[in-house]
Design a binder for this molecule. Sequence first.
Ligand SMILES: Nc1ncnc2c1ncn2[C@@H]1O[C@H](COP(=O)(O)OP(=O)(O)O)[C@@H](O)[C@H]1O
Ligand SMILES: [Mg+2]
Length: 323
Amino acid sequence: MVENLIEIKNLVVEYNTNKGILGKKETIHAVNGVSLDIKRGEILAIAGESGCGKSTLARAIIKLEDAKSGEIDFEGKNILTMDKKELKNFRTKAQMIFQNPYASLNPKMKIIDTLREPLKINTSYTNDEIDKIIFEKAEKTGLTREALYKYPHEFSGGQRQRIAIARALVLNPEFILADEPVSALDVSIQAQIINLLKDLKESFNLTFLLITHDMSVIKYLADRVAIMYLGEIVEIGKTDEIFNTPKHPYTKALLSSVPQLTGKKEEIILQGDLPSPANLPQGCKFHTRCQYCMDICKSTPADNKKITDSHSVNCHLYDKISD
Ligand SMILES: Nc1ncnc2c1ncn2[C@@H]1O[C@H](COP(=O)(O)OP(=O)(O)O)[C@@H](O)[C@H]1O
Ligand SMILES: [Mg+2]
């Protein structure tokens, strides 16, 4: 039996701002009807260019952002309608790792106090029990005992990200949301952190939502990949399916920038910029940048077309474009 840890149905998240032209109110349509399942024990990656709604989706999943409509079921229970007690319990099971570990660590607290905090707030363990858990998690994330008695500024970026990862683990979560976890790190350090995430996933039987624009990280880590464009999932499939038989012109363009991963040489340069999510295109949202655009694409959103049991795409032309 395949068990979904998370089932997202038709999720919509918007921001209302006064930052439009001449300070006019505008609505940013950051997430537009996302439906997505995350299976227990898998690493599902979300890819797409900056501004397409990846972080908003992640933040909505752990209720750092309010959804306008839709449903997010965690172990079968909708987190959007949970009461306080249920939400507190959910927040111990779902943890987030951010892009910039320095911004997410309190500069005035010793590492050990930063790691103790979630355990003090959420459990009734004794101080000794808390420290035992911390030492175990620190060891698993490659931090020494001495390191725990230092302050964040005494560490390099990679070490800080290990600390942020240790903090995400102290409550024994089931689900980790990692939002660009290596993008802010030196390239030489990225591989270490990626390998650490892979090891931790195995050791603690974790389920991951991994957000990254780096297709090589996805190829190495992810079981499945969802491609996001202007707040929608335009293609989803197993990592092999997305890399070997991409169907959406946007997916093909993303992959063409990493020929070493696909073996395909021709780079597809997208026309124009990402349209503003305050002013979404009609029809297929990708049509303004699609070299294959037909009349139907300008007027009618593309439904979800099934390619295999695990692979689907939203595109009117998916079977008409040659690879
Ligand atoms: N707090 C916010 N207020 C207003 N607009 C926001 C806010 N956060 C994100 N946005 C906008 O929502 C859209 C999606 O952003 P985001 O989810 O951060 O994308 P990504 O993580 O894919 O780069 C962007 O247009 C961004 O400018
Ligand atoms: Mg982001």
